[in-house]
Design a protein around this ligand. Structure first.
Ligand SMILES: NC(=O)c1ccc[n+]([C@@H]2O[C@H](COP(=O)([O-])OP(=O)(O)OC[C@H]3O[C@@H](n4cnc5c(N)ncnc54)[C@H](OP(=O)(O)O)[C@@H]3O)[C@@H](O)[C@H]2O)c1
Length: 330
């Protein structure tokens, strides 16, 4: 089968595209014929070696996938051949990745794809959707009528957070770096979108939520906690999930005096049951149109190296040329 893989960590152009043996599904694994995959920033950190993880040799890159069950291992019970499925959390913690024509994935990480949802859409919404759901529902327990702020409303995570927060009944304020992206945020359902390059974000947020923000979802790798804590409501919750090297100052007094709470998480630590709970709501919202994963572009799988470069240019170097997910098809 054709696959995008590395033999050792390195820059984007160290990704090779070529023939590897077809995987055999063992135990409770399911062999998926992959129809679409999506790039996440963590794919680039693992490929570059910035995050050290045990890697199969060779290592097929990628976490997300959508496709059709080809065959099942002897202990797999959940899916029959021919069922359309999507999933995430592959290529992590020693597991093989998904950027190939076929992937053997344990059934505990797969979910049936709703009939009217395309494979590119299911793949694009996978890791970012589960991430958004874990933070909003499991951790922050966002309630209908509350206010939510998220930076980067057209970003991979940001666009999922905007849509799911609206599905949960919140008032949503987000930011973006261009007029086109501001319009896209409003299309996704944001009640207010602020240009973080030209507007005074703090004063616009104060106008929008005079009593403060109930849930502040921080996607920035270098957050400004003095500003954020000042803008939080009494009883506000803050979610941190980016910037593993960040060591910013934290205003302890202003934080605890308002009964605020802080959550940090990495989606790959969530158990299969926690991820499945997220996936069940995601499937409902995908089928009902409340969650339309935002796709920036679709490339052939052979272009994986270029896709990694594009993701890295944006997430790490702030190029601003991406507005959603990069999807690839074998
Ligand atoms: N902990 C976890 O489980 C987890 C899961 C997924 C992702 N992450 C991490 O979360 C981060 C975001 O991931 P992603 O997939 O959403 O990346 P992404 O698609 O590259 O999105 C980044 C977003 O940040 C926005 N942005 C950049 N600079 C900004 C600024 N100064 N002010 C406001 N917004 C700004 C960009 O907006 P413009 O395009 O408008 O400039 C863009 O929307 C990454 O660091 C990733 O590694 C963590």
């Amino acid at each position: 089968m054709k696959a995008a893989f590395i033999t050792e960590p390195g820059p984007a152009d160290s990704i090779k595209f070529g023939e590897l043996p077809m995987p055999e599904p063992t135990g409770s694994q399911v062999l998926v014929q992959v129809a679409a995959v999506a790039v996440n920033p963590i794919d680039t950190y693992i490929r570059s070696g910035a995050i050290a993880m045990p890697l199969p040799q060779p290592y097929i890159v990628g976490c997300d996938l959508a496709g059709t069950v080809e065959s099942v291992g002897p202990d797999a019970r959940r899916f029959a051949p021919g069922t359309r499925v999507w999933g995430s959390n592959q290529g992590l913690l020693g597991r093989q990745g998904t950027f190939a024509e076929f992937a053997a994935v344990d059934e505990q990480w797969l979910y049936a794809t709703p009939d009217d949802v395309s494979d590119p859409s299911a793949a694009a919404g996978a890791l970012v959707g589960i991430t958004a759901h874990l933070g909003l529902v499991r951790d922050a327990a966002l309630q209908s009528g509350e206010t939510l702020f998220v930076n980067g409303g057209t970003g991979g995570v940001g666009s999922a957070v905007v849509q799911m927060a609206k599905a949960l009944g919140a008032r949503v304020v987000t930011t973006a770096g261009s007029d086109d992206k501001l319009a896209a945020c409003v299309e996704l359902g944001a009640d207010l979108a602020i240009n973080y390059k030209t507007d005074d974000v703090a004063s616009r947020v104060r106008e929008f939520a005079p009593n403060g923000i109930d849930v502040w979802w921080e996607t920035l790798r270098e957050p400004d906690f003095d500003r954020t804590v000042e803008l939080l409501a009494t009883g506000g919750r803050m979610i941190l999930m980016a910037g593993r090297d960040a060591r910013p100052e934290f205003p302890v007094g202003p934080f605890y005096i308002k009964d605020c709470r802080l959550f940090g998480f990495a989606m790959f630590n969530a158990s299969p049951d926690q991820q499945r709970t997220a996936a069940e709501d995601i499937n409902r919202w995908l089928a009902g149109g409340q969650y339309r994963p935002r796709i920036d572009g679709v490339l052939p799988l052979a272009e994986t190296a270029a896709a990694h470069q594009l993701q890295e240019d944006n997430t790490i170097h702030g190029a601003g040329t991406l507005a959603g997910k990069i999807v690839l098809t074998p």
